[in-house]
Design a binder for this molecule. Sequence first.
Ligand SMILES: [Zn+2]
Length: 187
Amino acid sequence: MNRPSRTPPPPPSPSPQSQSQSQSQSQSQSQSQSQSQSQSLSQARTWLATALEEARAGLAEGGIPIGAALYGPDGTVLGRGHNRRVQDGDPSTHAETAAFRAAGRQRTYRGTTMVTTLSPCWYCSGLVRQFGISRVVVGEATTFHGGHDWLAEHGVEIVLLDDPECVSLMRDFIKQNPALWNEDIGE
Ligand SMILES: [Zn+2]
């Protein structure tokens, strides 16, 4: 094929002003991005403290030490609760469902965050997807690896904090109550 050789026109060179403008723009963008990332991480840790309080309350009642809280987009707590399998003889009251029920009816769950001390089981992961909860803050996924990867694959923002207190709470509990724990996770 005989193609006429053509010299391509030179690429438009941005004026130095607009270049430095766009550079500083992208710099401040990445700055504010990492800023908001660390902000949301410190917020996640603050919110986890509420879930941890619930977990400790559950333990003090002789229950399974898993706590959760549902937070609204504006950072207000909508509901909080803990696993009540032992206390109520109700295997369907997980920490997340307790927090979800305590929040009552919400018009939308867009922008809400479920904070839980332990990676959510399939049942609670299903709840997150069913109602379109936007984000899940997970205290730990070491003692139990639930559905948080699956949730991430389906567009739910996951913040895994790997919190040592959440781990030791569950580790000690499982060691002392292996049968109860196996009952809770259906094994
Ligand atoms: Zn659950």
